[in-house]
Design a protein around this ligand. Structure first.
Ligand code: SF4
Ligand code: SF4
Length: 103
């Protein structure tokens, strides 16, 4: 039972395995392209943990990952978007303390 359903196609093993090089955060999180997002809200509705919301951006609203720590990341928002505005993107590794290199 080491295989995962298709819903997890965007999830990397490091996430499912628990430990990740990003301090416990998923290695990949959804990223919304505000230029493609129409604010339709389908990704918001598709997100089980309600990690996405619509946020004002000028005169319009665009989807925003307001709770990245709640993201599984299942990838449902990616598949729910009819405008190809959401992608799973690598999360930046946190600054892990100071390793020498003082300034
Ligand atoms: S990847 Fe899944 S949990 Fe994360 S924001 Fe998208 S729908 Fe929600
Ligand atoms: S489904 Fe796509 S277009 Fe609709 S709000 Fe989400 S990112 Fe924007």
């Amino acid at each position: 039972m080491d295989k995962h359903p298709a819903a997890f196609e965007d999830v990397r093993p490091a996430v499912l395995g628990g430990a990740s090089p990003n301090g416990g955060r998923p290695a990949r999180l959804p990223a919304v392209d505000p230029l493609r997002c129409t604010g339709c809200g389908r990704c918001v509705a598709a997100c089980p943990p309600h990690a996405l919301s619509l946020a004002p951006r000028g005169w319009v609203k665009v989807a925003e990952l307001h709770a990245p720590d709640d993201c599984s990341p299942c990838g449902r928002c990616v598949r729910a978007c009819p405008f190809d505005a959401v992608r799973m993107a690598a999360t930046p590794a946190p600054q892990a303390g100071r390793h020498g290199a003082g300034a």
